[in-house]
Every structure is written in structure tokens, then in C-alpha cells.
Design a protein around this ligand. Structure first.
Ligand SMILES: Nc1ncnc2c1ncn2[C@@H]1O[C@H](COP(=O)(O)OP(=O)(O)OP(=O)(O)O)[C@@H](O)[C@H]1O
Ligand SMILES: [Mg+2]
Length: 394
């Protein structure tokens, strides 16, 4: 299928009902991992993993260095053979199919353009390998260069392009043969912040316009939160939690997930009473929380309360209305343009971070002045007691 026909297919209503299903469940399964694991001798690079990626989904593998992200991508691409389990693409078992027969697009952190070839030749390369006609190559390369918004650079060599432009060309080279899945391993990792943000928007636009399924690797939580339909959070060679960005951010199921995504304030405590609102006793008082997975904590259990910095209020007026209150002393306050972060020290030297919109005249605080922070029961997420460590053989 050509690029334009895939784009057409993406915007054309699917099926007789004329509706492209919004919810993931109605879309076809594009990639499926069933019990896929990988070991290198004594090292487990990926524990047995199940994962389904739906057609047209933008799924991000997020996690710290060494957590198994690249391994999972390589297993899908066919660059690595699994030690256990099966990989299927479009309902077909491809576990034993070599990488070059899987028709997937790949973009890596370092663009790996061929330096002696022009930009046109670089982008044309996958089509030449596939023995397309000259006319088709001319047309498809021009289209791919237009898609990444660099239509006039075909005659240049890679070294005559900026880093961001080179990475766009690497993306064009991947789009040119219309793979239905693109795998990207930290594709923007080598670029500065501004360029990254620009290319993030570009990638999202391409994803929308072309309806491609994207599997994207990053260890940058902000990038994952802004780009993904779904985040697969990796930790220690297994999936820690997966779900839409807002679910991972607001309803993390572990301390790891809570602290990996976004700034977090964690208060240790013991469950005093359960129900729709849970009461947790801490060193700073007893707090009420309504954000808890049913059945995850009972009376007497050691839990943690997660409060995001933006959910604290520093105004005395709101303390009256809110469910919970804690007092401490101002440490300092830093304005990052439109938002201000304020640090408050509690009785035992624990420091909480508060994030609010910067208000004129409130940008300086006197260190040591008393501060009251308040928050609502619905904004305190209870993290269940840590599960016992899974044995390394798992
Ligand atoms: N060829 C290999 N031989 C031995 N161990 C390997 C091999 N490839 C990966 N590993 C190990 O498997 C684990 C997972 O590696 P992987 O490359 O998947 O991590 P990652 O999440 O992509 O990390 P990063 O963010 O640093 O790229 C690591 O402990 C790594 O050392
Ligand atoms: Mg990696």
C-alpha cells in the first residue's frame, strides 16, 4: 500500500457503520506478545510478558535504563529471538520470521543515515531494496519528504542538515515504504529540548494523519505523558503498570509508578479505618483519602499516600474547605515562569513540594514562616502495601 493510500485509509471511515472505534477494544490487535521472555545467560532482559497493541495505537514503553524497553522492541522487530513465548503481528505468528520479512519501520536514537548518499537516495533506499519502479520511487520519496516538511532538501548530504532535520529524514525513510507499524527507540534522545518538543508534535501529527501503529521507547516521562495513547511502564525487566497517561499519573498502583511519573509527595502511614474514605494515621496527623483500589489495603496495613504537588493548596481559605491539613515551615519558593514550586518542611524534616500558578506579589516567601497545606480526600492516592519481592526466577 502506498503512503497516500494508507493516509486515505486512515481518514476514511472504517466498516459499514462508518465509525472508527474510539475505544481500544473495538480495534484489531496489531501486535501481540504471549509469554514473551528473553534471557542472556544469567541475565533476564525481559521476564515473561503479555502485551497487546491495537491498530493505530501510540504505545510508549517507558522506564529506567536497563528495564527491558529496547529488548521488548527488538523482540517485536525480530532483531532478537525470544527465549520463551510467541510474537504475532496482524494475527499471524511471526516468532520465526526474520526482521526483514516483518515489514516494520524502525527509527533509532542515532539517525544512521548513509553519509555518502544524498537525502533523496537515503529515503529512496528502502524502495530500491524492494525493487520499485523509478517513477514510483520519485513520487513516494517526494511524498515522504513533504510529510516530514522537508520537501526541498533531497539533493543535500546528511552532514549538510541539522540534527533535527536528519532525524526527520530518518523518519521519512521509515515512512516511505508504508509500514503499518513503526518502532522507535528513543528517536529524539539526541536532540535538544526545543527540537524534541517540535518533533514530538510532528510525530503526533504523522501518527494522526497516517493512522500508523507506533511503539515508542523513551525514558522521558514528560514525553511519554504527552505523546501516548497508552504507556507501558517497565521496571526490572517486567511491566510494572500499563494504561492511558492520566491513569498512570493519577492512579499509580505502586510507589515506583507514583515516583517515576511526575513529582510526588509521599506520606507513610497505617490504615486506621476503611470504607469509601480511608483514614490513614501518619506522623503528621490522620488523613482521609478516597482514591484507593478496592480491597488493596485493610486496617493496620502500612500504606503510602501520594499527593501530587498541584493538589496541595497553600491558601488558608481553602484549608477550611479541604479534608486534610498539615502544617510546616516555608523552605523556599521558586517561580518557573507561570508556575511556582514551594517547598515546605514538616516536623521531622520531610520536605513537601507544592505547585501553584505564579501569582503577582506572592513570589517571595520568608524561610521559616509557618505554612499550612491542605488537600482533598479525592487527591490523596493510597498506594497499597508493597508486594513481597518476586523471586528472580519469575
Ligand atoms: N545482548 C545482551 N547480552 C546480555 N545482556 C543484555 C543484552 N542486551 C540487553 N541486556 C541486558 O538486558 C537488560 C535490559 O536491557 P535493555 O537494553 O532492554 O534496557 P533498556 O530499558 O532499553 O535500557 P536503556 O534505557 O538504557 O536503553 C539490561 O540489564 C541489559 O544489560
Ligand atoms: Mg534501550
Amino acid at each position: 500500500m502506498s503512503l497516500s493510500s494508507r493516509a486515505e485509509q486512515a481518514i476514511r471511515p472504517a466498516g459499514a457503520g462508518g465509525q472508527i472505534a474510539e475505544s481500544g477494544t473495538a480495534r484489531a490487535c496489531k501486535v501481540r506478545l504471549s509469554g514473551v521472555g528473553k534471557r542472556y545467560g544469567a541475565v533476564t532482559a525481559l521476564h515473561s510478558t503479555d502485551l497487546e497493541v491495537r491498530e493505530g495505537e501510540f504505545v510508549t514503553l517507558l522506564g529506567p535504563s536497563g528495564s527491558g524497553k529496547t529488548t521488548m522492541l527488538n523482540l517485536i522487530a525480530g532483531m532478537t529471538a525470544p527465549t520463551s513465548g510467541r510474537v504475532s503481528i496482524d494475527g499471524r505468528d511471526v516468532t520465526d520470521v526474520p526482521a526483514n520479512k516483518r515489514e516494520l519501520g524502525m527509527v533509532f536514537q542515532h539517525y544512521a543515515l548513509m553519509p555518502h548518499m544524498t537525502i533523496f537516495e537515503n529515503v529512496a533506499f528502502p524502495l530500491r531494496v524492494r525493487r520499485r519502479s523509478r517513477a514510483e520511487i520519485d513520487a513516494e520519496v517526494a511524498k515522504a519528504l513533504r510529510l516530514v516538511r522537508l520537501p526541498d532538501l533531497g539533493a543535500r548530504k546528511p552532514r549538510e542538515l541539522s540534527g533535527g532535520q536528519q532525524q526527520r529524514i530518518a523518519i521519512a525513510r521509515c515512512l516511505v515504504y508504508s509500514p503499518s507499524i513503526i518502532l522507535m527507540d528513543e528517536p529524539l534522545g539526541a536532540l535538544d529540548k526545543k527540537l524534541r518538543e517540535e518533533l514530538q508534535l510532528e510525530l503526533k501529527r504523522l501518527h494522526r494523519e497516517l493512522g500508523i501503529t507506533v511503539l515508542y521507547v523513551t525514558h522521558d516521562q514528560e514525553e511519554a505523558l504527552t505523546m501516548s495513547d497508552r504507556i507501558v511502564l517497565m521496571n526490572g525487566a517486567r511491566i510494572e503498570q500499563m494504561g492511558p497517561p492520566e491513569e498512570l499519573y493519577f492512579r499509580p498502583r505502586s510507589l515506583f509508578a507514583a515516583t517515576f511519573l511526575g513529582d510526588s509527595n509521599i506520606l507513610d502511614g497505617t490504615v486506621k479505618s476503611t470504607g469509601t474514605v480511608v483514614e490513614v494515621e501518619t506522623a503528621y496527623g490522620t488523613f482521609r483519602s478516597s482514591e484507593i483500589e478496592p480491597g488493596t489495603a485493610g486496617v493496620g496495613d502500612a500504606v503510602q499516600i501520594l499527593i501530587r504537588p498541584e493538589n496541595f493548596h497553600t491558601q488558608p481559605a481553602s484549608a477550611e474547605r479541604n479534608d486534610n491539613r498539615v502544617t510546616g515551615q516555608m523552605v523556599n519558593s521558586i517561580a518557573y515562569g507561570g508556575v511556582t514550586k514551594t517547598f515546605v518542611r514538616l516536623s521531622d524534616d520531610k520536605v513537601l513540594v507544592v505547585q501553584e500558578l505564579t501569582k503577582a506579589g506572592r513570589m517571595t516567601v520568608e524561610p521559616g514562616t509557618p505554612a499550612t497545606l491542605s488537600w482533598n480526600a479525592g487527591d490523596g492516592r493510597i498506594l497499597p502495601p508493597a508486594k513481597p519481592a518476586v523471586s528472580a526466577a519469575g
